[in-house]
Design a protein around this ligand. Structure first.
Ligand code: RB5
Length: 149
């Protein structure tokens, strides 16, 4: 049985174009892309888009999420307020790989005013191709959820 790989995408107005480029690319990689907008470049508020995407992941509707704003920072902060979300901002492929390998990140944030489309797609590919290593990293990821022991 083939598992459906579903990924949610969202952004604010600062990243509409890059989000579309990423949506096409991720779909070409075989993912079922759930692009929850927004669809126009009208100024909007990144927290609601970050939270909406995060809820899709936290609920299990989507396995992973990619969110974008100007820097990636604000929308990442909003997503991480949702219980069960581990989202990192990445501007390089090493970090994109490691946030999954060591931190079991389920969301990736990118700054559309920070990286160009070519690098953004490499970052996305690195994130999607990586897998969580578990072991000692699982203990630490569990600690993010509350336990400090
Ligand atoms: C919007 O101008 C900008 O503040 C937003 O996209 C983001 O960079 C916030 O973190």
């Amino acid at each position: 049985m083939t598992m459906i790989k579903r990924l949610v995408l969202s952004s604010d107005h600062a990243a509409i174009e890059l989000r579309r480029v990423i949506a096409d690319h991720v779909a070409n990689l075989g993912w079922d892309v759930v692009d929850i907008g927004p669809t126009t470049s009208e100024s909007t508020h990144y927290p609601k888009h970050g939270q909406a995407a995060a809820l899709r992941v936290a609920s299990g509707d989507c396995q992973l999420g990619i969110i974008l704003c100007g820097t990636g920072q604000g929308i990442m902060m909003a997503a991480n307020k949702v219980v069960g979300i581990r989202c990192g901002v990445c501007s390089d492929t090493f970090s994109a790989r490691m946030i999954r390998a060591h931190n079991d990140a389920n969301m990736l944030a990118i700054g559309a005013r920070v990286v160009g489309a070519g690098l953004a797609l490499d970052i996305v590919e690195a994130f999607l191709a990586a897998t969580f290593e578990g072991g000692r990293h699982a203990t630490r990821v569990d600690m993010i959820g509350g336990s400090q022991d």
